[in-house]
Design a protein around this ligand. Sequence first.
Ligand code: N7H
Length: 447
Amino acid sequence: LPDLSDIQGDIFYVFPKVAEQFMFFSIKDVSAFKKNLGSFTPTSSINVSEILEKINQAKETARNNRTPLCQVDTSLSQIAFSRAGLNFLGVKELTKDTNFDKGPMKLDRQSLGDNASWEKVFEDGSSHGVFTIAANSTLNCQKKALEIENAFKSSIIILHRENGQVLPNHVEHFGFRDGISQPAIKGLAAPHPGQTVVDPGIIIMGCTGDPIAGRPAWTKYGSMMVFRKLAQDVPGFNNYLASHSEDWRKILPQANLTTPAEGSAWFGARCFGRWKSGAPIQLAPYRDDPALGEDNERNNNFDYTVPRLSEPNEYFCPFNAHIRKTAPRNLLNYRPNKQELADSSIVRAGIPYGPQLTPTCPQNAERGLLFVCYQSSIKGGFLLQTQWALDSSFPVVGTSIKDHGQDPILGVAPAAPGFKPQSFVTSKGGEYFFVPAISTIKKWASA
Ligand code: N7H
């Protein structure tokens, strides 16, 4: 089993957070930077598991007397480096992750389907690294960021900051609950029913199951972090759902959806594969079931088998629903198989940014998701975006190639008659980072 005290803390337990800041930097003075690195203590996975324990206890208390969860003081930090950053530090050896080693994410821009212009810091590809800082309040997050900034003083230049904030009820901006399905890492977490169990090496380098052999020793207990800034067009998405509500009500009369609002809620659920509460449509086909959405023992306990073979396989959940595209679960004779599925697992650790759309908030304010995922191989994990979500013919059913359409959240959403196909998520850029083990950081600091 991996040594949890040596692994940085956001990687597989995911930082518990109310606010988060990503501080992108370039290194100005290598020797001063290394000295500062020696005094920097990132939060380890052991630290995070202890905090999660405390939060669970607080939750119990909260149930009884409504104590706010954010009472558990958390100020967490992690450091990661881009390829340019490693080179600058003199770590020229390759990690053997081809996406990372070839340089900045901007080189993959086309294959990622990013057509809009990127923000300057990502367009330049000039970050040497990023600090991920998370806390139980915006104030604590800012305090921690200032502490790190002061500690690294003039050895770095802060190029850019992104600030995220958890929204009420852990929804994201489209109003759907996020962060429900994560892979359970063999030996480290007791899986909830239905959760995909993966070898630790799928997420953490140098452990059992790492798909890449022969990496340098300094990559052990590290992980690849993919950062993406994804803007969401919430008014556009809401209009899209509203404009399709009638179509859906007509197509499935057996659902007995009586109001336009029910029609659009159902259409939204079919875009995601889950209702706003998180209840999977495979288990709650026509109406949301909030108790199911909240219940971790049930909300992942499903696959896409249909009750009767005479029914089309997408009877409940369309092939192109976001969660089915990104994790097709059981697939019988379909591509991918179970192994391919486990190998493509990622740990998602993103956070929303920008103001929530409310009646008083400007419709056109920018909002979205600061998407973060971890995997030991970018090609094996994150590229499910290009290989699965954006590939209309995925998944391949039997031997026949069929056009299911792209993932409507990450790609182009299908249009009703009279409407143009639309996209609701626009990438503003991103970067690939390597998150080293804590012992590796200490070695680099003293080299
Ligand atoms: Fe997605 N959302 O917050 O609305 N995602 N995601 N995602 N996503 C999921 O199951 C969303 C994005 C995955 O195991 C849910 O936790 C949004 C990218 C995977 O069944 C919701 C954006 C990639 C899963 C969202 C976005 C993924 C998943 C359901 C962009 C990878 C688990 C809740 C702005 C390349 C699937 C849950 C499974 C679920 C949201 C992006 C991947 C609500 C808005 C870029 C693997």
